[in-house]
Design a protein around this ligand. Structure first.
Ligand code: ATP
Length: 214
């Protein structure tokens, strides 16, 4: 198992879960959650960072202007994405605002979790270095053609856009090289469920071993 960060006071087993866009991270983590596992999802936290009422959202409006405000006062996320897509200064500013908040909330959620082990799900687990918070990494993997097909279908967008996003992410090979465990999500949802069930049993045993070592 990987050595933990010294500042991570969490003594529970933390399983990191990652995968490329549309690989099935949410589908897989939902199945772990159904087994009673506490899931900390950095994608959800990143969305919460800029939800209505958040002090960070006020800073976004101050920086980018009120044109990003929808009628109900919430953020026009599509407009923000478009604004930062080709503007590296704005992108960096936004990341420096959101990332520390997500990190703080991630550590808080990990500390508050009560299940025998915790799943930390993040599309950028490896790239962000958050993998060092985990004891073990499970990668959701599938061939690029299925990944593109499912993502395009889900988001109703162009395959070329999905391909571009895949190219910006860590390569499949580099991601797999870091994996301790693998979920092959090229099959149907029953196959995914079977793999999650089997890993869940494995992680429960590892959690017990770790708890006995403390
Ligand atoms: P993102 O990185 O964009 O957040 P994700 O990794 O969380 O995506 P999901 O949203 O879980 O991916 O899955 C992508 C799409 O593929 C969804 O529409 C989901 O319902 C579907 N899907 C996931 N796994 C399977 C499967 N085994 N069989 C069929 N469809 C699947």
């Amino acid at each position: 198992m990987k050595k933990k960060l010294v500042n991570n006071k969490q003594s529970k087993l933390i399983i990191g879960l990652t995968g490329g866009i549309g690989s099935g991270k949410t589908a897989a983590s939902d199945l772990f959650a159904k087994q009673g596992v506490n899931v900390v999802d950095t994608d959800i936290l990143a969305r919460q960072a800029l939800q209505l009422g958040s002090p960070l959202l006020t800073q976004v409006f101050n920086y980018f202007g009120e044109q990003l405000k929808l009628e109900d006062g919430s953020l026009d996320r599509a407009a923000l994405r478009a604004l930062v897509f080709n503007n590296s200064t704005a992108k960096t500013w936004l990341e420096e605002l959101v990332h520390p908040w997500v990190k703080k909330e991630t550590l808080k959620a990990l500390a508050e979790a009560t299940s025998p082990y915790i799943l930390l799900s993040s599309p950028l687990l490896i790239e962000s270095g958050q993998v060092s918070l985990t004891d073990r990494l499970v990668v959701v993997d599938l061939p690029e053609s299925i990944q593109i097909q499912r993502t395009t279908q889900r988001d109703n967008n162009d395959p070329s856009l999905v391909k571009k996003i895949i190219q910006q992410q860590i390569s499949r090979q580099d991601r797999l090289a870091q994996a301790d465990d693998l979920i092959d999500n090229s099959g149907d949802l029953t196959s995914l469920q079977k793999q999650v069930d089997s890993l869940h049993n494995h992680y429960l045993k590892l959690a017990l071993t770790k708890a006995n070592q403390e």
